[in-house]
Design a binder for this molecule. Sequence first.
Ligand code: IMP
Ligand code: MG
Length: 178
Amino acid sequence: MNYRLGRTLVSAADIQTRVRELAGAISHDYAGRDLLLLCVLKGAAIFWADLCRGLEIPGQSDFVALESYGDASAPLGRPRFTKAADVSLVDRDVVIVEDIIDTGHTIDHLRGLLQAQSPHSVALCALLDKAERREIRTPVEYCGFVIPNVFVVGYGLDHAQRYRHLPYLATLEPSPPV
Ligand code: IMP
Ligand code: MG
């Protein structure tokens, strides 16, 4: 199956405005606290880069990566870290920076892995929330945009490692053979 870009779902300007709002809210809520932004690779990298530059408070950043459960060999498994945080989470106020919450399985499992490292608090900042797809309830403390059940790429989100570079979010559509 071939794919092509579909319609623009969120423009670059609207993303930038919303990311600044999220950075402002986090700056307000975490003033005077021990903030650790934890970026979930790879999809959240571009979101994190803009979000952290909008913060008005000092904080630390680190990166985690999880095994993908997308392949048939590990259906809805319990993905392990392929990259754990380098810094200690003990007593830290962790804000997970994620690209998109879909069924909720990934973030639910990630919260469990992080809670085991004794942070003071864990909150989630997700650029996108496909709320209607949720199978596991999970709070999204900071949400960029609630979107319908469509596959989206751009602003860090990929299909087969492509389209991450787009400054806007677009749908991906099947492209009939010519
Ligand atoms: P969940 O465990 O079903 O919530 O899956 C979340 C993960 O699925 C995200 O971190 C993405 O890697 C991926 N994902 C879900 N929907 C999309 C999409 O529309 N575009 C790109 N990746 C997606
Ligand atoms: Mg992801």
